[in-house]
Design a protein around this ligand. Sequence first.
Ligand code: NAD
Ligand code: 6OD
Length: 484
Amino acid sequence: MTEFLNFIDGRFVPGRAEAFANHFPSTGEVLGEVRAADRDQVDEAVGAAQRALKGPWGRMALAERVALLRKVADGINARFDEFLAAEILDTGKPRSIASHIDIPRGAANFNVFADQVMTLSNESFEMATPDGTGALNYAVRGPRGVIAVVCPWNLPLLLMTWKVAPALACGNTVVVKPSEETPATATLLGEVMNAAGIPPGVYNVVHGHGPGSAGEFLTRHPGVNGITFTGETSTGEAIMAASSKGVRPVSLELGGKNAGIIFDDADFDKTMEGIGRACFANTGQVCLGTERIYVQRGIFDRVAEGLAAKARAYRFGDPFDPATTMGPVISTEHRAKVLSYYDRAAKGGAQILAGGGVPSIQGYEGGYWVEPTVWTGLAEDSPVIREEIFGPCTHLQPFDTEDEAIALANNSPYGLATTIWTESLGRAHRVARQVEVGISWVNCWFLRDLRTPFGGAKASGIGREGGVHSMEFYTELRNICIKL
Ligand code: NAD
Ligand code: 6OD
């Protein structure tokens, strides 16, 4: 049985709050125990992070800090198979996904933000003064201080390091609260941090749940100078309220109900390949995933058949087997939520083109499996089309005109991402400019350049991270005015 300990001030420590079980989603077996931190231990972690800011980390030259971050990236790569196994056992996701996306991105995040911080420049303004001598204004950046990093379970290492790497690159220290469902890779990263020579207290991990537990203790802690959060919109609201005490900056990457728009001039095969991944990759547990698709009427039946065939082609089973292409969802609670929408869709009169139930997989009966599912025929105000399900499912709806497609895509409280499928560059640009989201992909999905702005509009978040935008969030900008 694996024990997941907290990592505070460079040491692994058992939690003093009630421990809880860690399940393997593919079978439901209990494989580990999470030793959750109590309020005092969260306080110790924040204290360690505050001291580290005043210690060698705070005094370290940028080039040395960057060299350490590159060692962290190397450390992840050197222990690639351990990270891979840890992520797979926590999530049940297939090896083919974790080895191509989660773990490589964990390492890449450190290298990319090491590069980014080295090329950061600041503005300066010369000004006239009445006495004619003039003055020079220039901006300098410093770390904000202790950053609370609160993470979800769907891409645990990728999303955690997406925030930890730029925070550390900018000279901050962090206290991470991983999801209660996925404690493993954040804990393992503590070993890599020590081996790389990151000073104690710079990277801390506290385990636990949200309300009344480590998540709330951390985000309400007055010693935290900024909060970065990825997760559900309703949790983001609670965290935003917590951040208002002390007027602390907050970055929120929240939920989505992303639309795909397929025009009749799209390259059919490429579209089916891309939209299939957008709907079903990671068992649909990707905030950027496509849960509603609008298809130009002339190609509707062909797309519906093509997508249903994609859904039926997934193979379930042992996540370590390279032939497995779809894992379970994360937990029994999440499966119940996803299946409640399957039920609502069926009762609401949806035509079920593929899936709609629970697969039966020999040897994996206790796992949290659901079938990839494609519906059509629901009204646009159905909860299945309005609410984020976060499962491997999508609804298809025909449209006639470009304006109609844009209006349908925008008819959502969320505004995270969209995918647009067309061979017309002009149309792609026109539509992308009008869809109210933070990220539009044209003829692709989840193609990531980490220098680009990443984040959501409307209820999908506040702020942008990525490239210089991360640098903005993780630094405090100060202006210095020198009278010459
Ligand atoms: P969640 O909001 O339930 O939990 C996320 C984290 O917040 C967990 O660590 C949890 O313990 C903690 N938490 C919960 N309540 C808290 C509170 N009151 N105070 C402090 N911490 C609290 O999200 P989840 O179920 O883990 O993840 C799935 C959600 O994340 C989906 O909505 C998905 O769209 C979203 N997501 C968004 C992005 C993005 O970039 N926009 C990326 C990935 C996931
Ligand atoms: O690629 C990223 O940097 C990122 N933040 C992805 C988010 C995926 C959501 O599930």
